[in-house]
Design a protein around this ligand. Structure first.
Ligand SMILES: C[S@@+](CC[C@H](N)C(=O)[O-])C[C@H]1O[C@@H](n2cnc3c(N)ncnc32)[C@H](O)[C@@H]1O
Length: 297
């Protein structure tokens, strides 16, 4: 089997283009992930890195060739394996929702840290995650604090469908309720006004004009609704800042991801809203503000 592996590794090494934020998807790891997928044991690329590879049948090898071709034609690896790792959780991935990104772990880690702090003084904290996509942030919070009650929503029915599957896949369904609709409106009748301890959101924040300029692997295969944030990329964030206020309890936290270059402007908008205190931004490793965090007064 080593000669088969070497042959496909050479093909991928020569032809694979890798997105800058997905350096774990090297030719070697990509081949391991696709190999495991055709063998019937799909795992994320990061998990595949440390897995032993089984023998493949002739039929498996035909399927492997097909997946390699699709990958070289820019189909995202996570769509071919059906898996993506987020905050250490092996999750289901597919074209129904955005593939969870590493950069979003800044938001995920900060949310979990706050949630655990809130849990010290609150029995069963109520948490909301809007623009939930595949459910990654909502489920990471549910997993980190088994006492938390999580409410997750997205405008896309397909995304909510995948998020529900992920909740089942991770054994977290009893803790998380899913809703479909525009931002916080599907939660208007959930009895959550002024009761939410932590509200998270990773909204679409790319300006409409830039969405079609994204690499084909993204623009042709991931839902545009996951990226398109309107003319300046900040429409939904403005609504979020205004609407979160009626859901958060006193001292409740609002935490959301912003695009590169948006952090300082958006922080000022949160300040202007007048309903929040302790407003700050969290930076990525390069020093760019990528998360805005505020506490309701
Ligand atoms: C950047 S993705 C985030 C997905 C996931 N939370 C994550 O962190 O990977 C943005 C999500 O917002 C959803 N969305 C777009 N417009 C929305 C709206 N008006 N109301 C609710 N969700 C919306 C999209 O369907 C997409 O799932």
């Amino acid at each position: 089997m080593q000669d088969v592996f070497d042959k496909y590794l050479a093909q991928l090494s020569e032809n694979l283009s890798i997105l800058p934020d997905k350096d774990e998807e090297s030719p070697h790891n990509t081949l391991k992930a696709l190999w495991l997928a055709v063998s019937g044991s799909p795992v994320s690329v990061l998990k595949a890195e440390s897995c032993e590879l089984p023998e493949l049948s002739d039929d498996d090898i035909v399927e492997l060739e097909d997946l390699i071709e699709k990958r070289l034609n820019n189909v995202p690896l996570a769509h071919l394996t059906g898996r993506q790792l987020f905050m250490g959780m092996e999750m289901l991935a597919g074209p129904e929702a955005l593939i969870p990104r590493k950069e979003t772990e800044i938001l995920g880690r900060a949310a979990i840290e706050l949630l655990l702090e809130i849990s010290d003084s609150v029995d069963s904290p109520r948490v909301v995650d809007v623009c939930t996509g595949a459910g990654n942030i909502a489920l990471a919070m549910a997993d980190a604090d088994k006492s938390a009650r999580v409410f997750a929503a997205d405008l896309s029915e397909d995304a909510v469908g995948l998020a529900r599957k992920n909740a089942d896949f991770l054994g977290l369904s009893s803790q998380v309720e899913f809703f479909c609709g525009d931002l916080l409106t599907p939660l208007d009748n959930a009895g959550l006004y002024e009761k939410v301890h932590l509200l998270t959101c990773n909204p679409p924040y790319i300006s409409t004009a830039k969405v079609s300029d994204m690499p084909e692997e993204i623009s042709e295969h991931e839902p545009s609704m996951a990226f398109d944030g309107g003319a300046f990329g900040v429409n939904l964030i403005r609504t979020l800042i205004a609407d979160a206020e009626r859901f958060l309890c006193k001292n409740g936290y609002l935490l959301f991801e912003v695009g590169l270059g948006q952090g300082n402007l958006i922080r000022k908008q949160v300040e202007k809203a007048g309903a929040y205190k302790n407003i700050k931004t969290l930076n990525d490793d390069a020093g760019n503000p990528r998360v805005v965090m505020a506490q309701k007064t």
